[in-house]
Design a protein around this ligand. Structure first.
Ligand SMILES: Cc1cc2nc3c(=O)[nH]c(=O)nc-3n(C[C@H](O)[C@H](O)[C@H](O)COP(=O)(O)OP(=O)(O)OC[C@H]3O[C@@H](n4cnc5c(N)ncnc54)[C@H](O)[C@@H]3O)c2cc1C
Length: 421
């Protein structure tokens, strides 16, 4: 895997809002240049599970279309499998990849943040500059509603969520490692809808496994805002029984307040809970750019889309995919974002070529690790009926096993390569 050089950003255009040349350093001596639009151009905001897939698949479907991907991060760190970094089963390096494969497909990557969308002018602002598009694909993931927990806005840099894999994942793992045996870890789960419904329960198993094997007198307390485990319910209930001394699960216990000076959280029912290590996963909404561009619905949280093309119901020529969407009967998962990325890319290419987009349903598979060696899974299949995605069936593995964990490893390798390879 290659290390990317320091970012450069040069604006060489003339006056005012630059519609000229945007240049961002790629590999040393190999800068990406985005000039004024001369042919058909798709701009993609967000190089995560949905956006990176869409960018690649537009190029694969029609190499005559210029694709510009805006992603501030130089490296792709996978949320799937990041809970295994907390338990020390995996390293952060093993889930970190670069974007060189996408460049190989001719995707122009600017490691810049989109600062605004101007739908009327069909352009994306990047600071003082702007990039025009024919179609825009927005996959910004989630952002956090800090204000929903009293005391959290002031403490958001020190109270870790680790719900976007990266430095916070490593920092939380370190906090767990340095906690003395006998300590209490408190983890909060927000009300649905949030990124990766089974993710918090997988995390609970990983932290509990770590405590059981490395700090047996310690305990994880899971404060769940939901009335019950929201995904793979029976399977997680069974998995939690493997950690009778190290895991306590409390449903209907939304965290309302945090007091970092007292190392204490307060739940909606007034329980005050002391912690040594806190992992507070805040309520979520679509990534800020989607909210700012008013792609969200009346709830000001999530974006409604056409179920066949993923075009926003609010803005023409703008498509939204991944966790930022709502209204489809699908989980906010990486597999789903990848699936939406491919379907959306195909729809966009059809539309740009004046053709009817095919009606393709997405697919979902989601593995959860319950120890260092065992995993379990859920698979959802869908079809399109009257222009809407509907679920046909959902299947769960009968339990967790080493064999399913091997399948999980295969799934990860193949989907990472599908997104970035
Ligand atoms: C702990 C955990 C475990 C998980 N495990 C699984 C699993 O096992 N299986 C599974 O299928 N899913 C899993 N998920 C869920 C999965 O990670 C998400 O569903 C998936 O990442 C969603 O893809 P996305 O493209 O919507 O968002 P992301 O992958 O988060 O990508 C969004 C990207 O947009 C960029 N961005 C945001 N704003 C801007 C802007 N203004 N300009 C430019 N770029 C911007 C961000 O930097 C980011 O890279 C897990 C999640 C977590 C937190």
């Amino acid at each position: 895997m290659r290390t990317l050089s320091r970012r450069q950003f040069l604006r060489t255009s003339g006056t005012g809002l630059g519609l000229g040349l945007l240049t961002a350093g790629g590999l040393a001596g190999c800068a990406t240049t985005v000039g004024p639009k001369t042919g058909r151009r798709v701009v993609v905001i967000g190089g995560g599970w949905g956006g990176a897939t869409a960018a690649k698949y537009v190029r694969l479907a029609d190499p005559s279309i210029e694709v510009v991907l805006l992603e501030p991060n130089r490296q792709f760190v996978s949320c799937p499998f990041s809970n295994l970094v907390l338990s020390g089963v995996r390293s952060i390096e093993s889930i970190t990849m670069d974007y060189s494969g996408l460049r190989g497909h001719g995707v122009k990557i600017l490691h810049q943040e989109a600062t605004a969308i101007e739908p009327d002018k069909k352009r994306v602002r990047v600071g003082d500059d702007a990039i025009e598009y024919d179609r825009l694909i927005v996959s910004p993931g989630v952002d956090f509603q800090w204000e929903q927990v009293e005391g959290l806005p002031a403490a958001k840099d020190t109270v870790l969520h680790a719900w976007k894999a990266g430095p916070q994942t490593v920092a939380l793992a370190r906090q767990l490692q340095s906690m003395p045996d006998g300590g209490v870890v408190v983890m909060s789960v927000p009300l649905m809808a949030y990124r990766c419904p089974p993710g918090p329960y997988e995390r609970a198993c990983q932290i509990a496994w770590y405590l059981k094997t490395s700090k047996p007198r310690s305990k994880l307390l899971v404060l769940d805002a939901n009335k019950n485990i929201v995904s793979k319910t029976g399977l997680f209930q069974a998995a939690f029984k493997n950690y009778p001394n190290n895991l306590e699960y409390r449903p209907a216990s939304r965290v309302e307040k945090i007091d970092t000076s007292r190392r204490e959280v307060t739940t909606e029912i007034g329980d005050k809970v002391k912690y040594d290590v806190i992992n507070l996963i805040p309520p979520q909404r679509a990534g800020a750019i989607a909210v700012q561009a008013d792609l969200v619905g009346a709830d000001k949280r999530w974006c409604e889309v056409n179920h066949v093309t993923y075009e926003s119901v609010k803005q023409k020529n703008i498509h939204v995919i991944g966790d930022a969407t709502i209204g489809l009967p699908v989980p906010k998962s990486g597999t789903m974002a990848n699936s939406m990325g491919k379907i959306c890319a195909s729809a966009v290419v059809h539309l740009l070529n004046g053709k009817e987009p095919p009606q393709m349903p997405p697919v979902n598979v989601c593995y959860s690790w319950v120890s260092d060696k065992e995993a379990m899974a859920v698979i959802n299949s869908y079809r399109i009926a009257q222009g809407k995605v509907v679920m046909i069936e959902q299947k769960l593995t009968p339990g967790a096993s080493v064999a399913f964990a091997q399948n999980a490893e295969g799934w990860a390798r193949s989907i990472w390569s599908d997104i970035l390879g």
